[in-house]
Ligand binder design. Structure first.
Ligand code: DNO
Ligand code: MN
Length: 362
């Protein structure tokens, strides 16, 4: 397991790289050019800038999250051709600076969706929260204004340029059902994966968060069965998954341990986080600890250990704790705690496997 940490870039993330460097076992940043609109080719100068910044701290830039897919590709419009070309050029450029994995998603219009960014937990910390009844009742526009208007910096998936044309986007998706979305995804993969292969970059789709349709928009990366179908669309080791325990785990029917086992050799990137799911379908993000949420993170990490996982992993969202002012879900403290929990489990499993006695010092 190679631990990495998401960083939003100089001037766009309050967390300095020198702090990331101090989290035990973190070897690289998970990054993106957040100011480049979805669909545009990434400029080399900007890519090199991030590389230089990371290099200074001895952190690698092997994992990109995300190169966003333009809506016209998901909609299957004729204009997708140009956006796919741009995507290919971006893959080639990223390969030149040593990138190994590109995470992306194929969710129409919205990326992750929550109804509250700062839901108070019993211990006084706050976390991202999803309330089912509210989603059913709310006008998407209202939610967009609430979420996008809230944070200090642009959040991934909620970029203003992506959301400005919401009404026409919704109208366009009226004619795109699940079957169409599968078709459009297949078309995209058939174009992209050969380029990823040539450039030795593993593409890793992020599951839908939450893993069900919202506001009448189709969502397909939602279950073990659908992920299996996805991997078969283009059966290449370069067509993989970002297995996100928290995104998939919001549906209690999804068994993450089973997915790790089944998709073992097609998971170049793992997101590991916990989520507490209530009977009415609401869910809140919790600390990474198994006892705090509905997912057994110990068993999930054990599943990765059992398959001899050598891919990249990051803690995903965290709570907002110790009065930290941070991007929703992306503070330093709780994600750092999460990492230490993941390492604790991993290292213990490793020692047990090696049959070492615990003498107290090495
Ligand atoms: C949620 C997060 C997502 C993710 C993007 C990837 O679990 O990991 O925001 O970054 O969907 O494209
Ligand atoms: Mn995730």
């Amino acid at each position: 397991m190679r631990m990495v940490f998401r960083w939003y870039g100089e001037g766009n993330d309050r967390i300095p790289l020198r702090h990331i460097k101090q989290i035990p076992g973190v070897e690289g940043i998970v990054w993106a050019l957040h100011d480049v609109p979805a669909g545009a080719e990434w400029p080399m100068e900007k890519i090199l800038q991030v590389k230089e910044q990371a290099d200074k701290y001895g952190l690698h830039i092997d994992v990109v999250e995300s190169v966003n897919v333009h809506e016209d590709i998901k909609l299957g419009l004729p204009t997708r051709k140009q956006y796919i070309e741009n995507y290919k050029r971006t893959i080639e450029k990223l390969a030149k600076v040593g990138v190994k994995v590109i995470c992306y998603n194929f969710m129409p219009v919205f990326d992750w969706l929550r109804t509250e960014l700062y839901k108070e937990l019993p211990d006084g910390s706050t976390a991202l929260f999803y309330e089912h009844a509210k989603i059913d009742a709310i006008d998407p526009m209202e939610l967009v204004n609430k979420i996008a208007g809230n944070p200090e910096f642009t959040m991934p998936g909620w970029e203003p340029e992506r959301l400005q044309d919401l009404t026409s986007l919704f109208a366009a998706y009226k004619h795109v059902g699940e079957a169409d979305l599968w078709e459009n995804l297949k078309y995209f993969l058939e174009e992209i994966i050969p380029v990823a292969e040539q450039n030795e970059i593993k593409m890793a789709i992020h599951p839908d968060d939450p893993p069900w349709p919202i506001f009448g928009l189709p969502r397909i990366m939602t279950s073990q069965e659908n992920l299996r179908k996805f991997l078969q669309l283009v059966d290449s080791p370069y067509n993989g998954i970002t297995l996100c325990s928290g995104a998939l785990g919001a549906n209690p029917q999804n068994d993450i341990v089973e997915m790790v086992k089944e998709f073992a050799d097609r998971i170049p990137f793992a997101h590991i986080r916990n989520v507490k799911v209530y009977e009415n379908g609401d869910f809140v993000e919790t600390s990474h600890r198994s006892q705090d949420g509905s997912l057994d993170i110990c068993r999930i990490v054990k599943a990765y250990h059992d398959i001899g996982y050598t891919g990249y992993a990051r803690p995903d969202h965290g709570r907002h704790i110790f009065d930290e002012e941070c991007r929703p879900g992306y503070g330093l403290y709780d994600r750092a705690l999460g990492i230490m929990y993941l390492w604790g489990i991993w290292d213990t499993l490793q020692r047990t496997k090696e049959g070492e006695s615990h003498a107290g010092h090495q």
